[in-house]
Design a protein around this ligand. Sequence first.
Ligand SMILES: Nc1ncnc2c1ncn2[C@@H]1O[C@H](COP(=O)(O)OP(=O)(O)OP(=O)(O)O)[C@@H](O)[C@H]1O
Length: 219
Amino acid sequence: MFVLKKVHYKDILSINELTLPEKKVSCIIGESGSGKTTLLKLLNQLISHDGGEIWFQNHLIEKWDPITLRRNVVMVPQTPVITSESIRENLNLGATMSDQSPKDDEELKNVLEFMKLDKNLNQNADNLSSGEKQRLSLARVMLMDPSVFLLDEPSSALDEDLEDLIISKFIDYAVNKNKTVIMVTHSKKIGQKQSDVLINIDNGKAVIKKGGNQEWRLE
Ligand SMILES: Nc1ncnc2c1ncn2[C@@H]1O[C@H](COP(=O)(O)OP(=O)(O)OP(=O)(O)O)[C@@H](O)[C@H]1O
């Protein structure tokens, strides 16, 4: 799915070779400031690499139309973007921004329930807690139905038990729908448990800690 060869970005990231396989869960761990978010941003071209090659589905990433790319490869940022509108409007934000029709209330309620958010669709999303906003943000991208989810510490505001539950539910959903998940997590435990491939970013360099089968790797 994604293949990186000799990719560098400023003096922040320098990745010799990395394959992030399709329909698998890749988890990225590493110290604060090591370059994890930078790597995710390169994968949907929110930023552009300075050198090397990034391939997405056998095409160089810069050859993709950026809008098409970001509809296929959707990012959940570390701090969710929540507008001062109802939960309904916030849930529909991703879909409408990618020219999909708004979902009906039944579907919105289902996805809220799935994310363990017992809230009224008419409620203003401003008042939600940080952890509730993160779950709303995950529910929103589920409705967008992209092929790749880039998740940047999507559960950092949840307590350990809820974090485990929500991430497990999200990964189950993604695996059942044959999605690709690339998730930055502060939790080594979650990284170890949920990943097919576990990558440690150490000072801008990628080291595979688990997975990375031969067929996923480059020569
Ligand atoms: N556009 C930029 N220009 C210059 N420096 C940047 C830029 N973006 C990020 N950095 C720096 O690059 C380093 C890596 O940042 P990044 O956000 O990728 O780290 P991270 O591993 O995701 O950290 P955290 O776990 O704290 O979120 C940091 O030192 C950051 O300050």
